[in-house]
Design a protein around this ligand. Structure first.
Ligand code: NAG
Ligand code: NAG
Ligand code: NAG
Ligand code: NAG
Ligand code: NAG
Ligand code: NAG
Ligand code: NAG
Ligand code: NAG
Ligand code: NAG
Ligand code: NAG
Length: 674
């Protein structure tokens, strides 16, 4: 297969399709891959020094040694991007009183000798975690931080002297702890590449695709490296808790919470699929949730152990939706069968909360941080709809046709009831519940994305309405004031593409992720959990995070929405049935980009595409797509691009936007002259 691909590539599309098995083709995009070349990394710069520090530069790139002298003197090292893992160093020269401490932080705002940023617990003093003390007497030679004191995510390390004598150190490395099962962290199975003609950085879209991919890598961890619960006492932290039934496992964030959260996976896993196709950590996370089902009620936990948070109907729904996503990408029907009994009980748990109105009454109120949310709530009902439509597909896959029909019937009924209950004609959006006029970002994004809208016109109105929440840095969620949630914005991003508003989607992408990726309050490599409307990193300050902006995670997989969105919508390449046995290429070319290329891999092989849009005079769209032989797909004629179509040089006549043109697997060339 790989050989054929290379052979064909060299005949037809030199740069694009050369690929060795398990690896995306090399190209101009590789310089934007944030993953380190080695699993042992060294500082790339000195951020700052204070007091008496000699030859701090010696610590950069392991060039030499540095000497820190006197209580409170320190050097802040910059690893250049988000990293995580155990620090090792060499004590070259010490005295009997020499002692140091280490403090870690993601954001440069919390570089300080007295405390790390927070991960154990949010505290208004921002200093709950404290420092890692390495007390006297030290020993000369090689030293490694205790495994329980692992910091899973940081960019800056401050080394402080705690003695009135000099200590000389060298070889300050970090042994990367994430992706423990993978040797070459840069060996991605997918790629994406496009130039942005509008943004201040023309490589923004490519960078943000790789930032999302790297963020998810930093969230893929060994099963025995979870945050300790009950939380470590003040002044300490510990990341040595068991996270589930098997590892490696996908968690919500690199620094914290370091636990399985199924809602977060609704974004992180599609990002993982198109970039690394590293789905075992996802299977382990889902297995962990099903193993912890309440045997009496069928309720799934909101999060994995050791947190094992209970009481969230929406996150319960996300485990079920995630089951579908995992099956779609992997085709792992054997695993599906192992969880099927618990899966059906968990669907029945939600269906049991549907009352005579036909709506689910949400009583497990915990959620992604939004306010409100109980009772007949639009977001909860939208998620139930997605559960039912995906359950329909899964039951079909297992040949359980009458169950499938029953779930499908209930989904159809819910769609009608949803529109009757929540549509607010005066707003052109869905309201949060029947006693409010607040139109939330989550349910409105879901309504488009999950196909709850009853017409294209209604979807367009919702998309336009969502824009009403926007400021300079993107949407303020009405259901969580003063907050930009890149998690929910990741669904909104898809909703704008889905409703055909490509330019609006790219505008949102540039505002929200264009802020996150470049702001010097963050790590400029992975994507933070959220921020306030004015751009501060005090995400959720008033909503559970105790006004502790040091607690915010700067590497949160739920913020990786652009990675799957760029592949699925801008490039337009997606799997339709498991492993891409059927697929579609539906480029969204209305955003003003001249070209895009990329692809991903499934167990069936390589799926790649490249398009260019020439706009002199008329518009000519050229799409090259290559998919495994034996698969079948379709080309979807883009919005505003009705015209004359040829496939592999054979005329197919005049086609209208939205028209689906069947394509066989293999290498195809589609040309559309509008
Ligand atoms: C970020 O940049 C601004 C403006 O250049 C500067 O004032 C501020 O100190 C920087 N903040 C950090 C945390 O580096
Ligand atoms: C910060 O506040 C926490 C309580 O939230 C307290 O336990 C801790 O001692 C405080 N840290 C410092 C350095 O005062
Ligand atoms: C420097 O650190 C590396 C990585 O932690 C280690 O393998 C090596 O042995 C250390 N060098 C010395 C001279 O101790
Ligand atoms: C299904 O749920 C039961 C509890 O009812 C649990 O013991 C079992 O391990 C679960 N099965 C799987 C495959 O998770
Ligand atoms: C209805 O939604 C509003 C806005 O989100 C919220 O404040 C209110 O609590 C909700 N009502 C119920 C019954 O949950
Ligand atoms: C939802 O269920 C709860 C718990 O059973 C109940 O107290 C509440 O009244 C119900 N809400 C509605 C709108 O029926
Ligand atoms: C479903 O039925 C088809 C056709 O009979 C069969 O090929 C397939 O293996 C069945 N799938 C399962 C999971 O039993
Ligand atoms: C469909 O909905 C009805 C009415 O709410 C319910 O009794 C039934 O259990 C649902 N079917 C399935 C398969 O969940
Ligand atoms: C959306 O739902 C309608 C029925 O309400 C259905 O006809 C249509 O095929 C669905 N679209 C997709 C893409 O599933
Ligand atoms: C930004 O907003 C936060 C809370 O929303 C506030 O505490 C902070 O003072 C604001 N910062 C600026 C620079 O206005």
């Amino acid at each position: 297969m790989a050989l054929l691909r290379i052979l064909f590539a060299s005949l037809c599309f030199p740069a694009l399709f050369v690929s060795i098995s398990g690896r995306a083709p090399p190209g101009a995009w590789d310089v934007f891959n944030y993953a380190p070349t080695s699993k042992t990394v060294y500082p790339t710069a000195i951020h700052s020094v204070s007091g008496s520090v000699q030859n701090a530069q010696g610590l950069v790139g392991n060039a030499g040694s540095a000497t820190i002298n006197g209580v409170g003197s320190w050097v802040a090292l910059d690893y250049g991007k988000e990293v995580g893992g155990l620090i090792s160093l060499n004590f070259n020269t010490i005295t009997s009183t020499s002692a140091i401490s280490l403090s870690f932080t993601e954001s440069p705002s919390f570089i300080r000798p007295t405390a790390s940023d927070d991960s154990s617990f949010p505290s208004e003093n921002t200093t709950y975690d404290g420092v890692l003390r390495v007390p006297a007497p030290l020993k000369t030679g090689f030293w490694t931080q205790p495994a329980s004191a692992l910091r899973g995510g940081f960019r800056f390390l401050t080394i402080v002297s705690n003695a009135n004598s000099p200590v000389t150190i060298s070889n300050v490395s970090c042994a990367i702890s994430f992706m423990p099962h993978v040797q070459d962290l840069r060996a991605y199975s997918g790629y994406f590449y496009a130039k942005d003609p509008v943004f201040h950085d023309e490589d923004f879209l490519t960078k943000v695709w790789y930032a999302g991919a790297y963020t998810v890598q930093t969230n893929t961890v060994a099963v025995n490296t979870g945050r300790k619960v009950p939380f470590a006492s003040a002044g300490t932290w510990a990341n040595n808790a068991n996270l589930g039934v098997a590892g490696p496992i996908i968690v919500d964030g690199a620094k914290r919470d370091r636990a399985v959260w199924p809602g977060d996976m609704g974004i992180a896993v599609p990002a993982q699929f198109v970039s690394t196709n590293d789905l075992i950590p996802t299977r382990n996370a889902l297995s962990t949730m099903f193993a912890a089902i309440n045997p009496k009620t069928g309720a799934l936990p909101e999060s994995g152990p050791p947190l094992s948070q209970l009481g969230s109907d929406t996150y319960h729904a996300w485990t079920l939706i995630g089951t579908y996503n995992y099956y779609l990408y992997s085709g792992d029907v054997e695993w599906l069968q192992t969880v099927w009994t618990n899966y059906t009980r968990a669907v029945a748990f939600l269906e049991g909360k549907v009352d005579k109105t036909g709506l689910i009454n949400i009583t497990g109120l915990r959620d992604w941080a939004r306010l409100g949310g109980g009772g007949y709530n639009a977001e909860g009902n939208a998620l139930l709809y997605k559960v039912l439509t995906t359950a329909t597909t899964l039951a079909n896959a297992l040949n359980l046709t009458s169950l499938s029909t029953s779930w499908s019937h209930n989904a159809t009924a819910l769609k009608t009831t949803f529109n009757d209950a929540f549509w607010l004609e005066s707003a052109g959006q869905y309201r949060d519940n029947q006693t409010t006029s607040l139109c939330p970002q989550d349910a409105n994004s879901f309504a488009i994305l999950f196909n709850l809208t009853t017409s294209d016109e209604r979807a367009s109105r919702v998309s336009a309405g969502l824009m009403g929440n926007w400021g300079e840095r993107g949407p303020e969620a009405p259901e969580l004031p003063d907050t930009v949630s890149p998690f929910i914005a990741g669904f909104e991003l898809q909703a704008h593409f889905e409703s055909g508003n490509d330019e609006r989607a790219l505008d949102l992408l540039r505002r929200t992720w264009g802020y996150m990726l470049y702001t010097n309050l963050s790590v400029q490599s992975t994507l933070l959990e959220g921020f306030t409307v004015n751009g501060s990193i005090g995400y959720r300050s008033y909503r559970g995070y105790n006004y502790d902006s040091a607690y915010t995670s700067h590497a949160h997989g739920w913020s990786a929405g652009p990675t799957p969105a760029l592949t699925t919508y801008v490039l337009g390449l997606m799997v339709v049935s498991p492993q891409g046995k059927t697929w579609a290429v539906a480029p969204h070319v209305g955003g003003g980009l001249p070209a895009a290329e990329g692809g991903f891999e499934t167990p069936l092989g390589w799926f790649g595409a490249k398009w260019t849009l020439a706009t002199g005079g008329g518009k000519t769209l050229m799409v090259q797509v290559t998919t495994p032989g034996g698969t079948e797909g379709e080309f979807v004629v883009p919005n505003g691009m009705g015209g004359t179509l040829t496939v592999d040089g054979v005329g197919k006549g005049v086609v209208q936007p939205g028209k689906k043109v069947p394509l066989l697997g293999g290498a195809r060339v589609v040309k559309l002259v509008a």
